[in-house]
Design a protein around this ligand. Sequence first.
Ligand code: SF4
Length: 797
Amino acid sequence: MDGRIADIWGTRTPFAPGEAWPIRVDTQLEPGIEESSVTWVKSACVLCSNGCGLDIAVSDGRIVGVRGRADDRVNHGRLGPKGLYGWQANNASDRLTTPLVRRNGSLEPASWDEALGLVVERSQALLAERGPLALGFYNSGQLFLEEYYTLALLVRGGIGTPHLDANTRLCTATADAALKETFGCDGDPGSIADIDLCDTLFLVGHNVAETQTVLWMRILDRLDGPDPPRLVVVDPRRTNVARRATVHLPIKSGTNLVLLNAIQHELIADGRIDQEFVRTSTVGFDRLRETVERYPPERAAEICGVPAEDIRAAARVIGEAERLVSTCLQGVYQAHQATASAVQINNVNLLRGMIGKPGCAPFQMNGQPTSQNTREAGADGDLGGVRNWQNPAHVEELARLWNVEPLAIPHWGPPTHAMQIFRYAEEGSIRFLWVIGTNPAVSLPDLGRARSILSQERLFLVVSDAFLNETGELADVVLPTALWGEKTGAFTNYDRTVHLSDKAVDPPGEARADFDVFLEYARRLELRDRDGAPLVKWTTPEECFDAFREMTRGRLCDYSGLSHERLRGSDGIQWPCNDLNPEGTERLYTDRVFPTSVDECEDYGHDFLTGAARERKDFTELAPGGRAILHGVEHVPLPEPPSGDLPLRLTTGRTVYHWHTRTKTGRVQELDAAAPDVWVELAPADATALGIGEGDVVRVESARGAIEGRARLSGIRPGVVFVPFHYGAWRSSEQDGRERAANELTLLAWDPVSKQPLVKSGAVRVAKLADSQGVPAPAPATTASEPVASAVSGGCP
Ligand code: SF4
């Protein structure tokens, strides 16, 4: 391991609060290539939600490297390991270069005409025989805005099925839900610049050091500069973030809500709330206070497994903050009571009146790079332009923009969430499933079941991807797609910064951009508007963007002041960008007015325990009318607590070196070598009790399945087992009969509000299979999975 693989965050450039984050330009080029000899094409990184601005280096029609953009507002030139090395996946020798169709049980090369012909033929046959509900679409958080919008139009406005969702369901559905529940509408209120100004950071289930490496560089530079912020960190693992914490709370996984209730209990008891803000700008305080009164630190300590004094210490730090940034990510979103917990993060900042001001914001972080656009375009379980499917006026607006009848847009119930789409496929009502840019045969929970659904004879499975992944292996038709750098499109990161990524090179062979495939599919299906004209009016990404910005005009996510040309000349612009805010908008809600009027809001909210959707009349009675909504929610027991012969808590997660199911990063030598195979992380106390040492081969078993891997003894909380979720079996060396995918173990359960699967839940047992023979676990030693022998000197308080 060397270079920026070992030195993940690079050299420090400390800065003081309010100063500009110093520029540091990170560059990675193929050996032998000089900066002066390449053509630079403007883009941004699509390997996490930070969305760092970069230039793509092109030589002889190939991508040969990247360089961080010095002026970009997000990264000031920096790139992390995935950004620096990940582009090499574009040049991988096993890219799909031609469509594949299944003949006599095997996937064989075919022409686009034949492959797309089969897709259209099956679509038309099912539409005629069974109607639109026989078709389902499961896409991604990694396409471009224009692709999502085209897909949303053709599926919702053309085919007329509600069965359209994305793998954002596994990733940021809870962020979306929590923003809607509290503020009435999707969209993070804060700015990345709030990191430069805050005096306190409260990070819950957010291993920012590995999931958003460049954001952690910014935080590290604050921590190493004058007047550093204090850090409160909630994570059962001893992450690099936890090692820098003022207070680290390594709670039992699944107990976020209890801890957050206790912290609010303390804030209220100590009078650390902004009474005036709460009175004038929120509703729901009385119920919240009554709820959290039942969660004194002593009760929380018992449930969460951390000392009451530490909870008090954390609450004190948060209560003393004058500029507080709170964040959460998958440690909340993929865990028990996900949305109920995520809204408590919003509550904390609202109680403290710390929103809409410099250095003050709650962040419901995103995971995938373009998941914000999946949501805004309506290619997941939302309607485009953050519209409310229960509001007839919103549906009519969309129908007018698309020139279709309002009834043509399915809105008799909520758009179908991914877990339900797979259920319908299992039960046989969905007979056609198009999987686009994602790999559910590795990423869905309870993989045994997922595979059996995807392998059904009666299900016509179409997979669009750049590589033949585990899902593609089960498909009837595989369509080879262009990757980032091989197509043009816009995307938006978690702080609403929009970038344009220009096409730098041609895709290999016959691979095509998803955008072009969707256009051709719509054309062949002869999808029409209500006047009989073609439904999809655009032919280029730029024309699509222009239609999208009109669709967002007047909505919170207003792109009406943006265009491809404007973005091409920018260093990232935050929406809303319109006539009122021509340069974009750094922070939402500076006027303390939230989009919670009944006619404006994107959602009327839910019951947090049952998931029951509130109706317009319920929301009218609540009458938030421009105020944010505080939510008090009771803790309920875990769906599958550890007990008996499954005594350990499972948590799954990610490492800095890989992205999702390694479809791209597994093909990059440097990244792959840094984390080449699955491992099983155990606390030394648990390992000793089980007779397990570092590197021993172990079997992890749940009620659903089992995996095998080498043990890593790390600083994880005793009683918790961590397995990275990236690994599957697309490589021939991995087809050795040994299961590696963490989702073999995970529970088929989801959050009642966001419908996000609880893949950080479930009970397991671990047993030793074989001695290490001196071979350590294939886990990085540079990250949260650092072996315990060196971790003990890490200085965790
Ligand atoms: S932090 Fe995220 S967006 Fe930035 S370079 Fe790393 S992977 Fe790419």
